[in-house]
Design a binder for this molecule. Structure first.
Ligand SMILES: Nc1nc2c(c(=O)[nH]1)N[C@H]1C(S)=C(S)[C@@H](COP(=O)(O)O)O[C@H]1N2
Ligand SMILES: [Mo]
Length: 317
C-alpha cells in the first residue's frame, strides 16, 4: 500500500534543487562536483546524492502554498548550537554526527528505554506534510517535512496518568556543537509540550525533508515540528524524551521569561515585547519588504484552538 502511494521528490519541487551543506561540499570537492569560488551557501550540489526516504504524502495536513526551495530551507536556519547567524548552521553543522544515534525515553511511562533511531522509527510509516513554519522573529517558510505523528510514538511508551507534559532535550556535546561553548542559552536546549499537544495529530517528529534525510542544519537526525507554535518549540537533534508531571523548564522562557512563554502559540494579537507579531516575512518571496498577515495558530486554528479553550492566551503566551 505504501509503495503505491509513494511519490518522488521530483513531483514536489521543480529542479534544480540546491544543497547548502558544507559537509557534502567537502565530500564532493574531490569529485569535482562542487562549484568553485562562490560562498558556501550559493554552491550547488546534486541533490540525488542525499539518501532518499520512502513516504506517503498526507494531503489532509499539507498546505497548498508554494514550498520554499531546498536552498532556503537548508540555508536559512536557527540552530544556535552552530552559531546565531542564519547562515551559520549550514556552514557549521557538518561537525554533527547524526548516525548512529539513540534516544533515551524516560520519566512517567511504563516502557522507558534507550532506543537506536532505527528501532524508534521501525513500526512507523513515514509521511510527508507540507507545513508553514513561523519563526518568533517574524519570518516564515513552507517546508515539505517527512516524519511521523508524535502521538504514535508517545503512546508506544505508555505514559502513566501522572504524565502531563513531554520534555525534549537536544544533544549536549560542544565538540559536535561548537556553539555550546558560548553562553547564548543554557545548554542543552530543552523544549516541552503539554500531553494533549504532543498527541495532537498535527505534531510530528521529522526525520527528513524534500524526500531526503534531514540535513544536519535542520536538526538531524530527529526533530520536532509543531506547526501552530513559534519555530523555537520545534527542537532539533533530540536525544531525550521525558514524560513529566510538572511543566518542563524550557530554554527560551528560562533565558527571557518576559519575551518567550511555554505555550508559544503563533498569535498576531500578542506582540513580542520588542516587535510586532501581526505580520511576517515569507523567506524568498519576492521583495524583502513584502509582508503578509500572521494567522492565529499559524493558520491551524481550526485544528488546535480547542486545546486552549478557556485559557487567557495573552497571559499564557
Ligand atoms: N536545538 C535547537 N533547536 C532549535 C533551535 C535551536 O537553536 N536549537 N532553533 C529553533 C528555532 S528559533 C526555529 S525558528 C527552528 C528553525 O528550524 P529550521 O532551521 O529547520 O527552519 O528550529 C528551532 N529548533
Ligand atoms: Mo524561531
Amino acid at each position: 500500500m505504501r509503495g503505491d502511494s509513494r511519490i518522488l521528490p521530483s513531483e514536489i519541487t521543480p529542479e534544480p534543487v540546491y544543497l547548502a551543506r558544507r559537509s557534502f561540499l567537502a565530500g564532493l570537492a574531490g569529485a569535482g562536483l562542487a562549484a568553485a569560488s562562490t560562498p558556501a551557501l550559493a554552491q550547488v550540489v546534486n541533490v540525488t546524492l542525499v539518501p532518499r526516504l520512502e513516504f506517503r504524502r498526507n494531503a489532509r495536513y499539507s498546505t497548498a502554498e508554494k514550498a520554499n526551495s531546498f536552498a532556503e530551507v537548508a540555508g536559512y536556519n536557527n540552530f544556535y548550537e552552530f552559531g546565531t547567524g542564519k547562515e551559520d548552521p549550514a556552514r557549521n553543522a557538518h561537525t554533527l554526527r547524526p548516525r548512529p544515534w539513540s534516544v533515551v525515553v524516560d520519566g512517567e511511562c511504563e516502557k522507558p528505554g534507550r532506543l537506536d533511531l532505527e528501532d524508534l522509527l521501525k513500526p512507523h510509516p513515514l509521511e510527508e506534510r507540507i507545513y508553514r513554519l513561523r519563526c518568533v522573529e517574524a519570518w516564515s517558510m513552507v517546508i515539505p517535512w517527512i516524519g511521523l505523528p508524535l502521538g504514535d510514538l508517545v503512546r508506544r511508551f505508555q505514559p502513566t496518568s501522572r504524565a502531563k507534559y513531554v520534555e525534549f532535550t537536544t544533544l549536549l556535546d560542544p565538540k559536535q556543537m561548537p556553539g555550546q561553548r558560548y553562553g547564548v542559552l543554557d545548554w542543552p536546549y530543552v523544549e516541552g509540550l503539554r500531553m494533549d499537544e504532543a498527541t495532537h495529530p498535527l505534531a510530528i517528529l521529522a526525520v527528513g525533508l524534500y524526500g531526503r534525510v534531514l540535513p544536519n542544519q535542520n536538526g538531524a537526525p530527529l526533530r520536532l515540528v509543531v506547526p501552530w507554535k513559534y519555530g523555537f518549540k520545534s527542537i532539533k537533534s533530540i536525544v531525550r524524551i521525558r514524560f513529566t508531571e510538572r511543566m518542563p523548564r524550557t530554554s527560551w522562557p528560562l533565558s527571557a521569561p518576559r519575551e518567550y512563554g511555554f505555550y508559544a502559540n503563533v498569535n498576531p494579537a500578542v506582540d513580542h515585547p520588542r516587535w510586532s507579531q501581526k505580520s511576517e516575512r515569507r523567506i524568498g518571496a519576492g521583495s524583502l519588504f513584502s509582508r503578509q498577515p500572521t494567522q492565529p495558530f499559524n493558520g491551524y486554528a481550526e485544528e488546535v484552538a480547542e486545546l486552549y479553550r478557556g485559557m487567557d492566551l495573552a497571559r499564557n503566551f
